[in-house]
Write a protein that binds this ligand. Sequence first.
Ligand code: 0GY
Length: 301
Amino acid sequence: MSAQSNKRIVSWHAGPSRPRFTPPPGAVDAHCHVFGPMAQFPFSPKAKYLPEDAGPELLFALRDQLGFSRNVIVQASCHGTDNAATLNAIGKSNGTARGVAVVDPAIGEEELAALHEGGIRAVRFNFLKRLVDDAPKDRFLDVARRLPEGWHVVIYFEADILEELRPFMDAIPVPIVIDHMGRPDVTQGPDGADMKALRHLLDSRADIWFKATCPDRLDPVVEGGGGDPWDAFAQAVAPLVADYSARALWGTDWPHPNMEKAIPDDGHLVDMIPRIAPTGALQRKLLIDNPMRLYWPDELP
Ligand code: 0GY
């Protein structure tokens, strides 16, 4: 374990408020994680943080409390390339969860097929230096070229390397989903340099999607610990969702890895939805049509 200390951290709210916004029936939380339970699914020796257990029971209880129907569970870096905890949660979901895996680039066809069988529909390439030791673009590309039918790639990066990643992204032959919009500086506003670069990227290909997620990570922390009510995020992101409404996804990011110093209230996160997607039609795309197209195309009406 390369985590700074062996103290296990809690990064999620103990009693999130009940949201005022009611998601439409069938809504998908398209970005969340599970941690452990550690006794059954130990963390990676390379993990950069050591969280308390946040297993499927807690995740599904939160899903119900917030008024969601489905989850897309993204393999968190603390579990490395062993997707057992994510698969365990999907297996316990009664068909209401699918997942995004992190894989060893040497993975073979049979292992990929087993992940598909377990409900995985994408692989994640993480470029955040504080979370992973290396991000080998050539090996990632090799995996991207060998994915099972219908899968996509999820990429997590920060805005300062977007341009550097362009040739890599251009070479990916399947749809791409950008985690947390590539972490733009939302205080620059909807027309700021980071949002312009993101729009430029989205305009370059019709199959690049984005997660309109994590106001708690992207909006500056104010006195008192959080950025809530996250006004800068709402102002910067609402126009993006309106202009690229067929490619926007939403998720809680529960259990909010590494946010232990500014834990967001999940009820407040849900209440951001009508601020970035103000109409019923936009909410339906963001929460149902778009994630269903990517993760449950077999169940589309
Ligand atoms: C997120 C963001 C973070 C962590 C991870 O896999 C992870 O550990 O994704 C982060 O620290 O920014 O999406 O959960």
